[in-house]
Design a protein around this ligand. Sequence first.
Ligand code: DC
Length: 211
Amino acid sequence: MIIAVDGPAASGKGTLTRRLAKHFDLAVLDTGLLYRAVGLGVLRRGGDPADADAASEVARALNPADLHDPELRSEAAGGAASQVAAHPGVRAALLDFQRNFANFPPGSKEGAILDGRDIGTVICPDADVKLFLTASAEVRAERRVKELRERGSEAIYARILRDIEDRDARDASRAVAPLEPAKDALVIDTSDMDADQVFDTALAHINKSQN
Ligand code: DC
């Protein structure tokens, strides 16, 4: 079984993905980490994430071990990720890794669940189940602030909201693989839902579509 979970930043993808992975015993790939690793790699080389050649070079040299760096969760890495994600060369360099993960899940799992922006549209267009999570920018900013503060980082709501809006605009307007629901995706607006309600909604849909 392959499950695709797409949606904007802080829409609840990560939480839902981890819960579904546990429920169905699936291998998990948070594909945002790949773009974050490329963005962070460019920044660490003193490069500019807007430079397509520099970013594509880092993407081609990416090592799965790079995905465990705690710095990847920082807002700086997220901002750089959304810039490098707009370069076609970067997306092309990361494509095979993601498809291989989906088709040959590690750890002899029965299947894979991938979360990102273009899993249902580009990476796994034949996924068995496609979910697209969304929520208002304000709700997502509140969630991100809470998450950052719980991790001990300082977070200013107005700045986080602006970053989320900038990131949404970049993700949705890029020419390659823009953020949009696949035609056959179930769209779940999580603005007024808690994690249990989102999980129950997704599970009911999956069980129905597998019968
Ligand atoms: O989900 P995230 O915040 O970790 O993603 C970081 C950035 O990476 C996001 O702004 C868009 C980009 N991204 C993408 O373009 N395609 C994906 N499949 C996953 C992430």
